[in-house]
Design a binder for this molecule. Structure first.
Ligand code: PEP
Length: 254
């Protein structure tokens, strides 16, 4: 691989898969992907499947992520799950600020930043999502929106923590719609994110941060997207729900 950053491909199962269905999926992925060393592979099941999936992937090259978490460590927050609880299941990554949570749970940049601080405090790697709406792109505001989400969602992190944070660029108009950003559109925003990281921190940090693209990634478009110089991986939704489509994305990305 000629990129200095190793590819990282994560599957976001969202609110899908019972425990039994999740086990079928990861057992199939284990069989298909046992030989893969070039990509960090992550699955992000719903909370209810974390325990069993965690056990099933123990002896594999697949790592575990969660889809969100609380900014608090413990206490009277009914329905919430803390970073320390995720650690009990060997969770290593956590998606924060997915556009569905920004939209339906009204998560703000400040809240996402507080969650990222809590994730790092528990040695979990956050995958912080940013992305513009269709009308924001069409009115020429993509860069302004991304810059503001990026700065706001990383506030309070140390430089060392920023370096260990993964950014997912997920244009909202491309999530679950079948409309994928062109490789050039993805590359342009990824390069912009890297330039903002240089401005906010420094070039060494911006070079090391991994930036995933998300939005209708499939086996047929993964290769070209992953070849872009600033695209370091993918956050996959729909196509992460089946053994064949997710493993083909990974194989085609190598
Ligand atoms: C996502 O859920 O983050 C996502 C990118 O979904 P999809 O791949 O289905 O567009």
């Amino acid at each position: 691989m000629d990129k200095e950053r190793k590819l990282i491909i994560a599957g976001n199962w969202k609110m899908n898969k019972t425990v039994a269905e999740g086990l079928d999926l990861v057992n199939g992925l284990k069989r298909e992907l046992a030989a893969v060393k070039e990509v960090d592979i992550i699955v992000c099941p719903p909370y209810t499947a974390l325990s069993e999936v965690s056990k099933a992937i123990l002896d594999s090259n697949i790592r575990l992520g969660a889809q969100t978490m609380s900014e608090h460590q413990n206490g009277a927050y009914t329905g919430e799950i803390a970073a320390g609880m995720l650690k009990e299941f060997s969770v290593r990554y956590v998606i924060l600020g997915h556009s569905e949570r920004r939209q339906y749970q009204k998560e703000s940049d400040a809240l996402i930043a507080a969650k990222a601080v809590a994730a790092h405090a528990a040695a979990l790697k956050p995958i912080v999502c940013v992305g513009e709406l269709l009308e924001e792109r069409e009115s020429g505001r993509t860069e302004a929106v991304i810059a503001s989400q990026l700065e706001g969602s990383l506030k309070g992190l140390t430089r060392a923590q920023v370096e260990e944070t993964i950014i997912a660029y997920e244009p909202v108009w491309a999530i679950g719609t079948g409309k994928v950003a062109s490789p050039q559109q993805a590359q342009d925003v990824h390069a912009f994110i890297r330039s903002r990281l240089t401005a906010l921190y420094d070039e060494a940090i911006s070079r090391r941060v991994r930036i995933q693209y998300g939005g209708s990634v499939k086996a047929s478009n993964a290769r070209e997207l992953m070849q872009q110089p600033d695209v370091d991986g993918a956050l996959v939704g729909g196509a992460a729900l089946e053994i064949r489509s997710f493993s083909d994305i990974i194989k085609n990305s190598i």
